[in-house]
Design a protein around this ligand. Structure first.
Ligand SMILES: Nc1nc2c(c(=O)[nH]1)N[C@H]1C(S)=C(S)[C@@H](COP(=O)(O)OP(=O)(O)OC[C@H]3O[C@@H](n4cnc5c(=O)[nH]c(N)nc54)[C@H](O)[C@@H]3O)O[C@H]1N2
Ligand SMILES: Nc1nc2c(c(=O)[nH]1)N[C@H]1C(S)=C(S)[C@@H](COP(=O)(O)OP(=O)(O)OC[C@H]3O[C@@H](n4cnc5c(=O)[nH]c(N)nc54)[C@H](O)[C@@H]3O)O[C@H]1N2
Ligand SMILES: [Mo]
Length: 767
């Protein structure tokens, strides 16, 4: 093990991207001992005939570029094709209790899982198990349940369409709609909030729209880190003089100034492009007040008879404007500026940018979704877009920037705990069984069932459920009640160590690897955040011959559980074309001729009706929806309260920690940090580098406390602090979530500073 490195805070003054990104790419390939293999992989990434990047869901370019990857895609690939191996010898060395003591970073750095393992309670170790025995164990546990609703079937968004579709069929044939999904913690407010408003819970823009936009808003999203390939489009737009408005409590480096790492000229001349034309330093949870303020400015102009609203569009395509107008006009500037932390002058300025633009794109991420009123707030964002007819014209629309590479696709092909009835009818007709009709569990409901002891089996198709969910200690305890936990994964993670009485780790063929079956090489498909469906073909041999393709694992779980099933699992297991034919049968409106269309090397686009100004809502129109007030999170009366946003560093992929650095925010060798405004520090008598504890304001009996956090003086708005996920998940109560979607309010945890009892290392502050 490397010796402990000194934690350091050294503000980053350079543009983001550029040489820093290029050298970080090389460094991670060398670190994982895969310079040659990794570089070869990067040439195939996101190219026709190659595989889709396992990192984010941003679409591929229109193939003008020879290279279509970013620094963080390179990290994801390097960690996937790493030389490190977790073999049975590894598991022989450590008890699970000992492994629990290791950090998430350490677990990740051990490398790829190589063979199926089963938990042995006598030795507290994972021991090898034959694949057949593993499937039999799963089948036995599932068959032994009193009701199919006692099992929870989690999906993480790396799962490909074919796998996710079959998994949804298996679980429904088994008899439940319990589909907790990573998206329940992510863009679920988008998926549930937008349909009543515009008829679909997906984004309405495509990449070409960025070339026609006259203004772009980026709200609550750290583009340079979490979807770096989008930076290219922001740089190009900026070079054309398009105003870019950034709304964020953190002045994210890449969104302020960026050097395109693939622009040789810019890099050679140390040039960079200023990205944001307006940085709106919003308080956590203050966005709604800004949206209402902007609407108010538009309505005022309209009342004066000045051009502000798209009256033709509103008349032809929408309902409900007057109530929304009245409500926005009733909001006072005093409240708007107090709650947002933004001056009336700046809100008027960005409203003027919005009003002047004939085609506006609004992009958003977790900074908007992970609030108690996330879904309703997004409906207000849609209202703002509707006011100027920003749907169904080039250069305009709403752009939720999704997380996992296929999180949107998984949802489209059936991972849905609240499935529509007409879809269930089509499943019945296509597969000849009667699917369950009642709603199943989302993530929080599945945890409740585990805590109550009514859930007995948990199967995780990818992901790291235990670490990603809120209320760490409580959730760990709930999971330990289970009779069986199954982790289907590429890498060892904490989710495999927080286990039920029986437990399995099932290793899979990764995205960049070739899927070999009896019928020959297979490919899978992925739907990106802009609804393009493309093929993904791995280019490397699987890590060992003992790992299985995810689709085969799903089919064999089904065969072991449903011996009388008439579904052709044994056929789907080897040939993925008939799976695509079934997808086409169940989703004829978007997936007709799937097998033909996917032959196009650039894939195809799934229909998004609002692009045609068609509204699949009950009214047949786009609806202005009402949300009274300006607050998106429950108020806490104590002036000592701070709102904590749990965010990602530049060197992590969700619960996967690539390093303990966060280059653009200037943090090195430490993840237990809290970004805090100077005045908030002074009020609490804290110096830069002080070590504190944080405690959550909870309305239940649990005390939620994290200790040993180093305070960093950072340009945050008053009352807003930030720190890293998943280390701070113990502070996030299970009971605090968006009521429409069940998404935990991970960006707005009410906390107070408490004295630290730990003696954490003092952080070195430089620069
Ligand atoms: N490299 C890398 N890429 C990733 C991921 C990763 O972990 N690493 N994760 C993937 C996944 S699953 C997802 S969902 C996405 C996540 O990508 P993002 O949506 O960018 O996620 P976060 O880092 O959680 O935080 C987003 C931003 O929200 C801001 N914020 C916090 N509170 C508020 C608020 O109240 N209002 C506003 N306006 N902003 C706020 C934070 O300052 C931060 O800049 O990225 C995906 N891509
Ligand atoms: N406090 C707080 N909590 C959050 C968030 C937050 O911002 N704040 N963000 C939420 C969000 S947006 C999300 S999406 C969730 C993420 O929740 P998850 O999707 O459950 O978590 P990941 O960390 O992405 O999962 C990583 C694991 O996936 C496995 N894996 C990687 N690639 C593959 C593959 O190709 N196949 C299979 N089978 N397994 C693979 C590896 O074993 C790896 O350890 O976390 C949520 N939790
Ligand atoms: Mo996500």
């Amino acid at each position: 093990m490397s010796k402990e490195k000194k934690s350091e805070f050294k503000p980053y003054h350079h543009p983001a991207g550029g040489w820093g990104a290029a050298s970080a790419t090389a460094k991670v390939l060398i670190e994982q001992s895969v310079l040659v293999k990794g570089s070869r992989g990067l040439l195939s990434m996101n190219q026709p005939g190659g595989f889709k990047c396992p990192s984010c869901a941003f679409p591929d370019a229109d193939h003008r570029k020879k290279l279509e990857f970013c620094e963080n895609g390179a990290k994801a690939l390097a960690h996937e094709v790493t030389k490190g191996r977790v073999t049975h010898d590894f598991f022989e060395k450590y008890t699970v209790t000992e492994l629990m003591e290791k950090s998430d970073y350490w677990l990740e750095m051990q490398g790829r899982l190589t063979e199926p393992m089963r938990y042995d309670a006598k030795t507290d170790k994972y021991v090898p198990v034959a694949w057949d025995d593993a499937f039999k164990l799963i089948g036995d546990h599932l068959q032994a349940l009193d009701s199919p609703h006692q099992a929870e079937f989690y999906t993480s968004g790396r799962t490909a369409n074919e796998t996710a579709f079959l998994y949804s069929i298996f679980v429904r044939e088994f008899g439940t709609n319990n589909f907790p999904d990573c998206s329940n913690m992510c863009h679920e407010p988008t998926s549930r909030g937008l349909p009543p408003s515009i008829g679909i819970g997906k984004g309405t823009v495509v990449l070409a729209d960025f070339e026609h936009a006259e203004a772009i808003f980026v709200i609550g999203q750290n583009t340079g880190t979490n979807s770096p390939r989008m930076m290219t489009y922001l740089v190009e737009a900026r070079k054309r003089g398009v105003p870019i408005v950034l709304i964020n409590p953190m002045p994210e480096r890449a969104l302020i100034r960026f050097t395109e790492p693939q622009d040789v000229l810019q890099m050679a001349t140390f040039g960079s492009t200023p990205i944001s034309s307006e940085f709106v330093h919003v308080r956590i949870g203050g966005d709604l007040a800004i949206f209402k303020g902007m609407m108010k400015v538009l309505f005022e102009a309209d009342e004066r008879g000045e051009p502000a609203l798209d009256h033709d569009f509103i008349a032809q395509h929408t309902l409900g404007l007057e109530a929304v107008r009245e409500e926005a006009m009733s909001c006072s500037w005093a409240d708007i500026t107090r709650i947002s932390g933004i001056s009336e002058e700046q809100i008027r300025r960005i409203a003027a940018i919005y009003r002047k633009s004939n085609a506006t794109i609004i992009c958003f991420g977790m900074g908007l979704t992970q609030h108690q009123q996330g879904a309703h707030m997004l409906q207000q964002l849609a209202n703002l877009l509707l006011l100027r007819g920003n749907f169904g014209k080039p250069g305009a629309g709403i752009a939720p920037i999704r997380g996992h590479s296929n999180v949107q696709g998984d949802r489209t092909v059936g991972i849905d705990e609240k499935p529509p009835q007409d879809y269930l009818d089509r499943v019945r007709d296509a597969f000849g069984f009667e699917p369950p009709r009642e709603n199943g569990h989302h993530v929080l409901e599945s945890l409740e069932a585990m805590e109550a002891g009514t859930a007995k089996v948990f199967i995780g198709l990818g992901g790291n459920f235990a670490r990603a969910v809120p209320d760490t200690e409580r959730s760990y305890n709930a999971m330990c009640n289970l009779n069986l936990t199954v982790g289907i994964a590429t890498k060892l993670n904490r989710g495999h160590l927080v286990h039920g009485k029986d437990a399995l780790i099932l290793p899979v063929v990764a995205r960049s690897e070739i899927i070999h079956t009896e019928a020959g090489e297979q490919f899978v498909t992925i739907e990106d955040a802009m609804s393009n469906v493309t093929a993904s073909r791995g280019v490397f041999e699987p890590v060992t011959p003992h790992v299985l393709p995810e689709t085969e694992i799903v089919c064999r779980m089904a065969m072991a559980t449903l011996p009388k099933s008439k579904t052709a699992w044994d056929r789907y297991m080897v040939d993925y074309n008939p799976i695509r034919d079934k997808i086409a049968e169940v989703y004829p409106h978007i997936y007709s001729d799937f097998s033909e269309k996917i032959k196009n090397p650039h894939g195809f686009h799934l229909d998004i009706p609002p692009r045609r100004r068609v509204w699949m809502t009950p009214t047949g129109k786009a609806n202005f929806l009402l949300m009274p007030g300006l607050e998106v999170d429950d108020a806490i009366a104590d002036p000592a309260m701070l709102r904590l946003a749990t965010i990602r560093s530049h060197d992590q992929y969700n619960t996967t920690i690539y390093s303990n650095n966060d280059r653009y925010r200037g943090v090195y060798n430490n993840r237990l940090v809290i970004f805090m405004n100077k005045e908030d520090m002074q009020d609490r008598g804290l110096e830069n580098g002080a070590v504190i504890g944080l405690e959550t304001y909870s309305s239940d009996d649990f005390r939620r406390y994290v200790d040993g956090l180093t305070v960093i003086d950072y340009p945050m708005p008053r009352g807003a602090i930030a720190g890293y996920y998943p280390e701070l998940n113990p502070l996030l109560p299970l009971g605090v979530f968006d009521e429409v979607s069940g998404t935990p309010a991970a960006k707005s945890i009410p906390v107070k500073v408490v004295p630290s009892v730990a003696s954490a290392a003092q952080i070195k502050i430089t620069g």
